[in-house]
Design a protein around this ligand. Structure first.
Ligand code: UGA
Length: 460
């Protein structure tokens, strides 16, 4: 079966590369020619651990190719739509790229097609897709089967998530579409392939659940999953605020809570809130979808409100320690929305930088991967070449992304180089005990502050 992937962003590239890794022949298209040129030059337009070698190997072995002409994708028997569905000012998902691609497929298709929605879309998009394919289809006798196959991969661990998923959700209208998708995913279902994540010697993995539903249900599963994850994070953030007031430790609390299998240990880490291109926009779109169907999803709106509040609270913590913000030199460690990615879309760092800039502080920022992208968004932001430079002469250092690299810094050296050894750890990356023993004034999230020496104490 010839497979095409339309859209070479995070989802499309990972999907295309991993399907090729499973042995399929895949054509990945994107109408952004510069992206395709980059890929053809053997480079990646994004940073995703392990993706470069999977792309390169499959390109060299002739299973993965690229084209800047999305019409070439219409040659595939199965076409995965992986275009962006960014938020409109109303919060609704912008489905114009999906509509455009559907029209193109309808016009160009010369044989039966399985059209697979991978992009995150509101429920009932599949019905519209089927309609558009029918209306714009030029050739009689060409049959379009629509399927929803939401992706659950996380940036930073996307290859492993694709090849070793917990579940594969397939929303279909007929058995043929299900059979075709089953064939495509067979190596994953049987966990039989040479695993690039575990360097070939893959430990025995539990096969994923094969979940077959209607198209509407599959679409709903995706939005309901991401929104539930967002709820969990906002809940953890509220409990962490309370833990801080009560002198409890959020890590102990959430460990105890998460041991209940009905709750589970994941997504209970407090911090600066959820960011990235998925959770924030999917929650918004889900609220809007509910609203348009007469349902007020107030608990999700509250989760969003709590999320927005995280940065305001963090800046207030900084003000509490520094008293006056204006004119202070602040180092920022971490700009990506989470570790192991260069993605800064809806990253907490963006809101933080904007707020601190309006307060008149002098910023110096560093991230191991996201420097280029932050430079495009904030051309005037002073960037440091490493964490030590960001800290030098600073009145405070803010940990905004949980990069492992920051945990392993020479904190003694940083202590010496700062104007005032104050660290606000928005990710609970470091040990309060160790930071205290090094003489830092150190504040984290939902964990008790250890007493600080008088010279480093809060001014407020
Ligand atoms: C998320 C979902 O986890 C994936 O399952 C889904 O496929 C993807 O969206 C998508 O829809 O494409 P991702 O955006 O890559 O994946 O990132 P997550 O690992 O979910 O993290 C999202 C945000 O939540 C990050 O800002 C992270 O720092 C934050 N987070 C996560 C917390 O603040 N606390 C936690 O305990 C976990």
């Amino acid at each position: 079966m010839r497979i095409s992937v339309i859209g070479a962003g995070y989802v499309g590239l990972v999907t295309g590369a991993c399907l090729a890794e499973l042995g399929h022949h895949v054509l990945c298209t994107d109408n952004d020619k510069s992206k395709i040129d980059t890929l053809e030059a053997g480079k990646l337009p994004i940073f995703e651990p392990g993706l470069d070698s999977v792309v390169e190997r499959n390109r060299q072995e002739g299973r993965l190719s690229f084209s800047a002409d999305p019409r070439a994708a219409a040659e595939g028997d199965a076409i995965f739509i992986c275009v962006g569905t960014p938020p409109l000012p109303t919060g609704d998902a912008d489905l114009s790229a999906i509509d455009h691609v559907a029209q193109m497929i309808a016009v160009e298709a010369k044989s039966d097609k399985l059209v697979v929605e991978k992009s995150t879309v509101p429920a009932q998009t599949g019905q519209q897709l089927q309609r558009v394919l029918g209306i714009y289809g030029r050739r009689g006798g060409v049959r379009f089967r629509v399927a929803s196959n939401p992706e659950f991969l996380r940036e930073g661990t996307a290859i492993g998530d694709f090849l070793h998923p917990d579940r594969i959700v397939i929303g279909v209208d007929d058995e043929i579409a299900e059979k075709q998708l089953h064939e495509i995913y067979r190596p994953v279902l049987e966990q039989k392939f040479k695993c690039p994540v575990h360097d070939g010697a893959c430990p025995p993995m539990k096969p994923p659940a094969w979940v077959v539903t209607t198209i509407n249900s599959a679409e709903l599963i995706k939005h309901a999953s991401n929104s539930f994850l967002a709820l969990k994070i906002s809940y953890a953030n509220m409990v962490s605020d309370l833990a801080e007031k009560l002198g409890a430790n959020i890590e102990e609390v959430m460990h105890g809570v998460g041991l209940d299998p009905r709750i589970g240990p994941h997504f209970l880490r407090p911090g600066l809130g959820f960011g990235g291109f998925c959770l924030p926009k999917d929650v918004q779109a889900f609220v809007r979808l509910a609203e348009r169907n007469g349902i007020d999803f107030a608990m999700l709106r509250e989760a969003e409100r709590i999320n927005h509040q995280r940065i305001t609270g963090f800046v207030e913590k900084l003000r509490h320690s520094l008293w006056v913000l204006k004119g202070k030199q602040i180092g920022i460690l971490g700009l990506a929305f989470k570790a192991n990615t260069d993605d800064i879309r809806f990253a907490p760092s963006i809101e933080l930088i904007k707020k601190l800039q309006t307060e008149g502080v002098r910023l110096k920022a560093y991230d191991p991967q996201a420097m280029e992208k932050i430079g495009e968004q904030f051309p005037d932001l002073i960037c440091a070449s490493d964490a030590y430079q960001a800290a030098r002469g600073a009145d405070a250092l803010l940990i905004v992304t949980e990069w492992e690299e920051f945990r392993n810094l020479d904190w003694k050296r940083i202590h010496k180089s700062m104007a005032r050894p104050l660290v606000l750890d928005g990710r609970n990356l470091l040990s309060a005990q160790e930071m205290k023993s090094l003489g830092f004034e150190y504040h984290s999230v939902g964990r008790p502050d250890l007493a600080v020496s008088s010279s480093a104490g809060a001014l407020a």
